[in-house]
Design a protein around this ligand. Sequence first.
Ligand SMILES: Cc1cc2nc3c(=O)[nH]c(=O)nc-3n(C[C@H](O)[C@H](O)[C@H](O)COP(=O)(O)OP(=O)(O)OC[C@H]3O[C@@H](n4cnc5c(N)ncnc54)[C@H](O)[C@@H]3O)c2cc1C
Length: 454
Amino acid sequence: MEIYSKSFSAIDDLKNYIRLSDATFFHGNQTSTVVPYDRLKEYGQEQGWDSMTLGNLGQLPEECTLDKDNNLVIRGPVTWKQAREYCRSKGRNTMTSPTEELAAILSGVATSCTGERCFGYGTLREQLIECIYLDNQGNEKKLSSHKDLKDHEFFQTEESQVILKDYQDSYLQYIGFKNAPFPRLEKETDLMTGTEGQLGVVIEGIFKTAKLENVTYIFLALPKWEEDASIHLDVFDKVQGFRDKVYSCELVDENSWSYLSDDLVPRKGKDIVFLEIENIHFEEVYEKILSQFPQLSEDDIFEVPESKCRQLRMEIPRAIFEVNSKMGVTKKGTDVQVLPRDFAGLLEFYKKMARGDVAYNLFGHFGDAHLHFNFMPNPNETDSCQEKLESLYQWVYEVKGSPFAEHGIGLIKQKFIQHFYTRAQYEMFSYLKKVMDPNNQFFPQGFMMMREKV
Ligand SMILES: Cc1cc2nc3c(=O)[nH]c(=O)nc-3n(C[C@H](O)[C@H](O)[C@H](O)COP(=O)(O)OP(=O)(O)OC[C@H]3O[C@@H](n4cnc5c(N)ncnc54)[C@H](O)[C@@H]3O)c2cc1C
């Protein structure tokens, strides 16, 4: 198994390369947790691949500007960190804030990125106004979020309209989720959103931004969720009606603190749920949510500066990734979102998974009923973790939840996703690959090439 790499420093080079039709996995800043970048060769060997070619988009020229309507125009591998700093210097803010700030924004289109502020602002998909991608001829094509996919040139035959209608009907059960088990495919821009680079290369995106508001981060120190999750669930219920005033609502559990240096741990021995609250609404949120917990002392509710909050939130998943890497195991973590009615059930399921000797931790997008449970196994423990994950995904399937609401499918989640696909998905994926990528040159190992088991 050979890994070949190609880097592009000019768009014209990229266009010319695409015209060769060489099968390539184009990538941005390689922060995806569902692509095992650190052990691709071994992974490919296990899959029986002869080779894989990586196409690095990280050297392309960058552009990051605000247009006259304060929309953010991005070309090249601009990161979330760069864009946020730029927007702030102009009195604006990005509406998505993924935990990993070094990811590229255009990759975020491909992965249908979400993040902490998704609680208040929705997903990147909802903020994408327009994008330009390179098709399989290396030509630039523009897609608009104001145009429905059913009116796009790809869907003008009777056969394709039926495929689209069946697919969209099958999506309806997932409407309330950030990301379903399969891409939304409702608007033109959805051809590039969550399709993980399997239909073309995104080279430009125009995104909505928000006015820069002053915010306060309030931390609630709670009992460990495994012992008593009643206050957690009460916060969850109360915060739902405040999505226009609270931008994010996150959980970091007590087990996660062991991956941080002591100076970053806000309260030892406790879980933390934190809220990012817009200052002008602080009093109302305090009165209607924060003051409603007589079980919590004044010490259990405290403010943390934004920079510290951001740092601790980012350090934990990074440290977990490193621990797994050193241990030589592929990440055994979840990305499950359920409907609010099933959130208590999800915590119960995680409680069952936590039983046993394997270390674990839980954190993530609490307000959206979307948490990352991570096993921290040694190599001998990975099989038992895998079994527990399989039973979790069966449960998620039964309650009609979304198994991978944020990080996508990539390579390592493919084995779990197949159960969630029906004929409608397989037909759509084959159709899109046929019309948009007839040589299967864009991420040929991706989920769209999975075929229905007969
Ligand atoms: C610590 C940590 C925290 C994270 N937190 C979040 C989070 O809060 N929210 C979230 O959504 N994700 C999160 N992620 C996952 C990851 O950061 C995102 O999936 C991100 O969008 C990947 O960006 P990247 O530039 O690293 O892409 P890569 O890893 O390089 O590529 C990811 C995928 O996108 C495709 N792709 C990349 N660029 C393009 C392009 N220009 N055109 C077409 N296809 C392309 C690739 O083919 C690949 O399938 C986190 C990851 C880590 C390690």
